[in-house]
Design a protein around this ligand. Sequence first.
Ligand code: SF4
Length: 378
Amino acid sequence: MTQTTERVNLLDLDREGLIAFCEQMGEKRFRAIQLLRWIHRHCVGDFEKMTDLAKSFRAKLIAQTEIKAPVPIWDKKSTDGTRKWLFDVGNGNAVETVFIPEDDRGTLCVSTQAGCAMGCLFCSTGKQGFNRNLKTSEIIGQLWHAEKTLREDLGVTDPADRVISNVVLMGMGEPLQNLDNVVAALKLMLDDNGYGLSRRRVTVSTCGLTLQMDKLAAAVPVALAVSLHAPTDELRDQIMPINKKHPLADLMAACKRYLAHAPRDYITFEYILLGGVNDRLEHAKALVKLVKGVSCKFNLIPFNPFPDSDLRKPDLADVKAFQDYLIGQGIVTTVRKTRGDDIDAACGQLAGNIKDKTRRAERLAQQKAQLTFLVKEA
Ligand code: SF4
């Protein structure tokens, strides 16, 4: 019987991991840095092209390892330049990655889990339930594939000319529930021999896992965005179940602790405006009280309905009034522009069309039946 040994996917290894791996192969530490540069700085996936590696080392790499990013099953460009990939991560699971070009930057939005266990009511990904954590190779592989493809398309040959200047971990999943793999991927993003991104240009978004926020601050303190979405525990409990475990007072305290390590002197609060639910002036006033003492900016996101969401878009006038009130209170507040409307709608929807494996839809229906604000709105 022939035995097959599994190849080591080098995309799973950060700098320390590559060093340990090279030493285990009887190679010097500097070989790990060469590999790091070839794979992540030059975005090369073919060992034969790594010309400054000794032939014998290349032969060992070819025999024992691989550079394997998730495979795109869908790749579309919007008329506004936004590009979206749907990556196959096995067993019927798929995750989304989006590139958003702007005048002064190119931002990639990366997923960290297939599905999500957090069950936020307004989120298409949350509707799918949780399938599994992505491996480091599947997280960094989204950046690797996107940077490589965009460079090839644009004819960029100098590795110093990066197409992607910013990364946000705001795609599918709760990044801090997959902390170890996320931290390894973040280290590769920041490594000077990897993607060389500044800590200020890499943002992790969380729904508010307070203990994990402390761990992120200790491991690799990048910029932080917190999905807030409600100014009171009563309302947040209903639209974000995680709030029952980590209520707003704990979350605000965790934000203050994080600020001591953050590369920016503010936290970004993401606030999705749900028509008639959390978009009234009274909510804006309560928010200002809530975040008192937390240096922050607000990013308002008008809700984009998806099938069976049972929630509606906010009125434009309400969005404007909400923004004006926060600005009037001295809080920098932006409204997120919708991009890539012609290639699909809300985040998570594409992948959500693939499978609902965990009967999440059924559980959501029960959750909705208990919502007091929906009754009020009817
Ligand atoms: S908003 Fe984020 S944390 Fe909430 S269900 Fe969606 S992916 Fe998960």
